[in-house]
Design a protein around this ligand. Structure first.
Ligand SMILES: [Zn+2]
Length: 407
């Protein structure tokens, strides 16, 4: 009797394991299917990808599947990406050595070239109406943002020049403080926030309907922008400092709250060092070594980049996971609600240092899957994928009209 009851228990356990595994697999397959369906149903806009700078270093045909990089047309379609802000990134040293204005114009030319060379795959976009109007077709909408305000070169008229060339946001600084404001990556805080010219730039951007991007700037710059800007601002590619304590490049809870209070949105960025505290620490140590080595050996620009690539290949910083990115989205949503969070991957801007499950533009459904697991509704996912950011962009357009009409 005793033996037979043990046998029964054993058989029951076996049955449970045998049923449980296929059930789990079926649930996982259902989730993947749902995530893929939502990636197609909802407009996905990614507010920061460094494709122009990647192609400047090594030209590739992004209308076809490419060996390297995180973006190309076939993978973007697989991932359900509909619109992307191509970042025209200007390395910080151009502030000193000159040539930033020309460098930025060349970057814009390159993005326009994508739409001209592959008109069945890419189309330029300059407004919320363009993005919405082009949604559902096979072409990917390309908007342009400027990463680093150095190309303004102290001339306020250049804000209008770049607006006319299609730039719809400016990340005021990059890794060094510049003539507009102080950067989070630079220990030198020349202006204690915005420079007097930087204050004029913010006003002019508001007047034209260009979004002020608060990613990369230092905390003081951020708070001054919050005070000054008449339109809501966006962090086009930042994550939550809560997970990477004391790292100024990510936003702390108080900043996210204030950004949201003013109607803005934080576009969560994917880079492993942005979303995983451990990876962030290792990365900081690696950076310290690279900076010291570069200084001792007088390496700058391309040489420093080459050394960085080789050193990190030998000494990898480790990978985060797609679940880490979902945790950042969830943290921001818990802080400020569902209306102030979106996606700004930084694909092609952080090399291979991307989370497992989120290595390129084909992977948005994996992130949507993580949000579904956390209980996010379809409605919520639509807001995160684009509606929140498009609301802020519309608001920038509306306020610009109002300011220009003098009402
Ligand atoms: Zn950046």
């Amino acid at each position: 009797m005793k033996i037979s009851s043990r046998v029964v228990i054993l058989l029951q356990a076996l049955l449970l394991v045998c049923c449980w595994q296929p059930c789990m697999l079926a649930a996982e397959a259902d989730l993947r299917m749902k995530a893929n369906e939502l990636a197609r149903k909802y407009l996905i806009i990614d507010t920061h990808q460094d494709v122009p700078y990647r192609l400047k270093k090594k030209m590739e045909d992004i209308s076809k599947r490419t060996e390297g990089g995180n973006f190309d047309y076939p993978r973007a379609r697989e991932g359900g990406l509909d619109a992307v802000f191509m970042a025209v990134y200007i390395p910080a040293e151009y502030e000193e050595k000159g040539g930033a204005f020309a460098f930025a114009n060349e970057g814009i030319d390159m993005v326009e070239g994508f739409a001209r060379d592959w008109p069945d795959k890419f189309v330029m976009t300059w407004s919320v109406a363009d993005v919405k109007g082009q949604f559902g077709a096979d072409r990917i909408s390309l908007a342009v943002g400027m990463e680093n305000g150095a190309p303004l070169e102290g001339n306020l008229a250049n804000v209008k020049h770049f607006y006319d060339r299609g730039i719809r946001y400016i990340t005021l600084a990059h890794s060094k403080s510049n003539h507009i404001c102080d950067s989070s990556f630079d220990e030198v805080r020349k202006w204690n926030g915005l420079s007097p010219f930087g204050r004029e730039v913010v006003a002019e951007m508001n007047r034209l309907g260009m979004i002020v991007d608060v990613s990369h700037v230092c905390d003081k710059t951020f708070y001054q922008i919050m005070e000054l800007s008449k339109a809501p601002a966006v962090a086009t590619h930042s994550s939550c400092r809560h997970f990477t304590p004391e790292w100024e490049r990510n936003m702390d809870d108080e900043m996210i709250k204030l950004l949201a209070e003013k109607g803005g949105v934080i576009q969560i960025t994917f880079g492993s060092m942005f979303v995983n505290g451990q990876v962030n620490k290792v990365s900081a140590n690696r950076k310290k070594h690279i900076d010291e080595y570069a200084e001792a050996n007088k390496l700058t620009g391309d040489e420093k980049e080459k050394y960085t690539r080789e050193f990190l290949k030998e000494n990898p910083i480790g990978d985060a996971d797609v679940a880490d990115v979902a945790a950042h989205i969830d943290h921001a949503v818990k802080l400020v609600g569902i209306d102030h969070v979106g996606l700004g991957s930084d694909f092609d801007g952080v090399g291979d240092h991307l989370p497992n499950g989120l290595k390129d533009v084909s992977c948005y459904p994996n992130l949507i899957g993580e949000l579904l697991k956390k209980g996010y509704s379809e409605r919520d996912i639509g807001k995160i994928c684009s509606e929140n950011f498009l609301r802020v962009w519309s608001e920038a357009e509306r306020i610009a009209c109002k300011l220009r009409s003098g009402k």
